[in-house]
Design a protein around this ligand. Structure first.
Ligand code: NAD
Length: 280
């Protein structure tokens, strides 16, 4: 049977490490503060925002909460961000996505001071990542690197295949694997023979957004499979982009859904909040 990579346990470990750092900073008179902005009341976003605030409370990071009505204008949102950029006591700014249709998400991401961009979505953060300079790294892919390292899985020299090229998962994932000296291939909806490419992977990262699409036909014997997808199936149970029951028997290690990649995203957000002190 494969090694089941325990994201719950690893994320708890990271949160405890962050908690210790936050306590040490407090002793030196520095508090860490994250501003969380939500526009509208999308139920999924409310759950994510609630979980982020809970994690802040656990590690000792102060959180400021801005719950704005759906009809908030882009100018009002940009003005709030501008004010938070100027406040020295605010270390990180997070705008929960997606935003209502009348607001330009790119403009909002660009408005956040790159030194407070704890989500790592600002073009300056992405550029720094590409050329190997210090900056914030998008939380989900950063969490996947931690999962691999802390599970004793070597990346250097391995064939790494990423399925998906989104700005928040696929692309930064590919760059991070490259930074760890993997040999990286990025596949997407226009890839001609997906199975042929994914079957070369020693490490396969799946971020497609299609429930249980990846079956054992896509996976080489002994591969490490990381499943980023989150969906609810017909019985309202969580499942990933990988058909776990089908794939698990052929791989050497795999992340479950839930309890794999999911919990890492918030743990890495907490890590980024502390990192903001260093970057500032
Ligand atoms: P996205 O929709 O932005 O990107 C999906 C990517 O998959 C695209 O680049 C597309 O080219 C590719 N794709 C689509 N159909 C394909 C096909 N048939 N063959 C090959 N490639 C195909 O999605 P995203 O934001 O990257 O998220 C992917 C999944 O991960 C979603 O299920 C999302 O909910 C989940 N997610 C989880 C976390 C977490 O914390 N665990 C964080 C972000 C996203």
């Amino acid at each position: 049977m494969p090694q089941v990579i325990d994201g719950k346990q690893i994320s708890a470990q990271i949160k405890d490490e962050v908690k210790e750092k936050v306590a040490r900073l407090k002793e030196q008179g520095t508090t860490v503060c994250l501003a969380v902005i939500q526009v509208g009341a999308d139920p999924a976003s409310s759950v994510y925002v609630g979980n982020k605030k809970k994690a802040c409370a656990y590690v000792g990071i102060e959180s400021l909460s801005y719950e704005l009505p759906e009809e908030t204008s882009q100018a009002e949102l940009l003005s709030l961000i501008d004010g938070l950029n100027k406040k020295p006591e605010v270390n990180g700014i997070l705008v929960q996505l997606p935003l209502p249709g009348h607001i330009d998400e790119d403009a909002v991401i660009r408005a956040i001071d790159p030194k407070k961009d704890v989500d790592g979505f600002h073009p300056q953060s992405v550029g720094a990542l590409c050329i190997g300079q210090p900056g914030f790294v998008s939380c989900t892919p950063a969490g996947i690197i931690e999962l691999l390292k802390r599970s004793g899985i070597e990346i250097a020299g391995k064939e790494c295949v990423v399925i998906g090229r989104s700005n928040i998962v696929g692309k930064p994932m590919a760059i991070l694997l490259l930074r760890e000296n993997g040999t990286v291939t990025v596949t997407h909806s226009r890839t001609r023979d997906l199975k042929e490419v994914t079957r070369r992977a020693d490490i396969l990262v799946v971020a497609i957004g299609r429930p249980k699409m990846i079956t054992k036909e896509y996976v080489k014997d002994g591969a490490v499979v990381i499943d980023v997808g989150i969906h609810r199936n017909e019985n309202n149970k969580l499942c990933g982009d990988v058909d776990y029951e089908d794939v698990a028997p052929v791989c050497s290690a795999i992340t479950p859904v839930p309890g794999g990649v999911g919990p890492m995203t918030i743990a890495m957000l907490m890590y980024n909040c502390v990192r903001s002190i260093e970057l500032q």
